[in-house]
Design a protein around this ligand. Sequence first.
Ligand code: COA
Length: 377
Amino acid sequence: MTDNPRDTHVRRGLVGVVADTTSISDVDPCRNVLLYRGYPASGLTARHTFLDVAHLLWTGELPDAAELATLERRERSLRTLDPACEAMLLSLPTDCHPMDVLRTAVSRIGAADPATADRSTDASADKAVELLAVLPTVVALDQRRRRGLDPIPPDPGLGHAENVFHMTFGEVPEPEVVRAFEIAMILYADHGFSASTFAARTVTSTRSDLYSAVVAALGALKGELHGGANEAVLNQFAEIGDPDHVDDWLAARLEAGERVMGFGHRVYKRGDSRVPALHTQMRRVAELRGGRDLMAHYEVLAGAMLREKGLRPNLDYAAGPLFHLMGFDTPLFTALFAMSRISGWTAHVIEQAAHDVLIRPVSRYDGKSRREVDAVR
Ligand code: COA
């Protein structure tokens, strides 16, 4: 390895670059598995809750009964949005993107927190629970204001997932639907050095604060090559219109050199390990919610992409239809992803702060060669 960037191979997009170690999650494309602190994420979907997983990501271990009870109590007590923040969010344009609302909310919460500058592990762990608790309140308020409806306050008598439905729709659906949502939250919780996580770690590496790191992560997640893909999937189905049109639509899209959202992955090249567990949930909810046509659309496009490009669905391809069947409006989908990934981002902020090393890659200059400034104009 040389110090001169001219002598080193440029890895545009940081493809294949191992930027640091992490003990939080392991995306293993060879064994096709995602591990959270050593546990397969898909295994955790069998019996565990999203709060179990958040505790696991933050502390390294699943909670025992007393630890879970403490976390649940805290999460339930921290759901209410500061009235000044709520008023500010309600004043935002209703045609701005929900991720802009979420990003603004976190910025506002950080600006109002007297402990923002405290970067200790304990303070960061407290902020992590606070954000995990309050983000659903922001997302639900946002969906309702876009529909011209007043916010519904959180219900501390309900679990995390149940409360999301209560605040968004005013009712808690069938247990199967609540469980499917919980499983989506578990599968979205962390994924190695994804672009948003790396953004959060980069901000943390400068010794900036946790809220600034989360704001950066939200900005990165919004893009359609990352979290924005789940809403793009539903927009694609709307554009295609009818499963019979998939082949023509896909041919035109690929001919134009465009990507199909919800397919492919930077790390997994033989399919996304998280998809089977969410696919099962999606089909279950589709049966309950009359989603047969949407499932046909899903399968036809997935088959065509495998045939034409050899590419398989990623988690966003299943999450988009699932959130749609649950009743969430399409623009909200990436914000639902953020409600889960806040657990992983904040775990990475704590880990990066402990590593305490500035993330600052070098670039190779390919602009004009050196030239002299005229002495006289
Ligand atoms: N649609 C069409 N073509 C795709 C594609 C997609 N979704 N994903 C990858 N490809 C193509 C690439 O253009 C490339 O073609 P080329 O060799 O002719 O240039 C080839 O497949 C290999 O791409 P790869 O190097 O594997 O992709 P990447 O690592 O640069 O990109 C993604 C990974 C996620 C950005 C990419 O797959 C993508 O854009 N997917 C759609 C967005 C999405 O669903 N994001 C959510 C990810 S969880």
